[in-house]
Design a protein around this ligand. Structure first.
Ligand SMILES: Cc1cc2nc3c(=O)[nH]c(=O)nc-3n(C[C@H](O)[C@H](O)[C@H](O)COP(=O)(O)OP(=O)(O)OC[C@H]3O[C@@H](n4cnc5c(N)ncnc54)[C@H](O)[C@@H]3O)c2cc1C
Length: 84
């Protein structure tokens, strides 16, 4: 995105049949599976990338804030992890 915005002729090569890397999703019948992250802890990094190209992250993706971000279940303990 940043290189294209700076005027470079950017071409993306991907060895898999869809882009996204570890953020890809696969669909088996009606079911969709995340292959990697289910949440982003450092949203500001992605916002900065979009901002540096004159775009707004929220114009492209809908992100939902969740609180707590997740719960760790350790035998008899449950630990809510709050946002940083
Ligand atoms: C189970 C799991 C959970 C995760 N959870 C989180 C989370 O909650 N929050 C978070 O922020 N991060 C999480 N991550 C980490 C996050 O997914 C990675 O940091 C991020 O995807 C890395 O991006 P990348 O573009 O550097 O690499 P990748 O996503 O690995 O992308 C590299 C791409 O290059 C392609 N490629 C490789 N070799 C070639 C080649 N020779 N020719 C053409 N294409 C090639 C690959 O197919 C791939 O599409 C998680 C990862 C995993 C696996």
């Amino acid at each position: 995105m940043i290189l294209a915005h700076k005027g470079f002729d950017v071409e993306i090569f991907e060895r898999m049949d869809s882009v996204g890397g570890r953020n890809r999703m696969i669909q088996v019948g009606d079911y969709k599976f995340d292959l990697g992250p289910t949440f982003f802890m450092m949203k500001f990094l992605i916002e900065d990338i979009f901002k540096s190209t004159g775009e707004k992250l929220e114009d492209f993706v809908e992100l939902k804030e969740i609180e707590p971000m997740y719960h760790l279940h350790l035998r008899d303990k449950e630990i809510p992890i709050k946002k940083i």
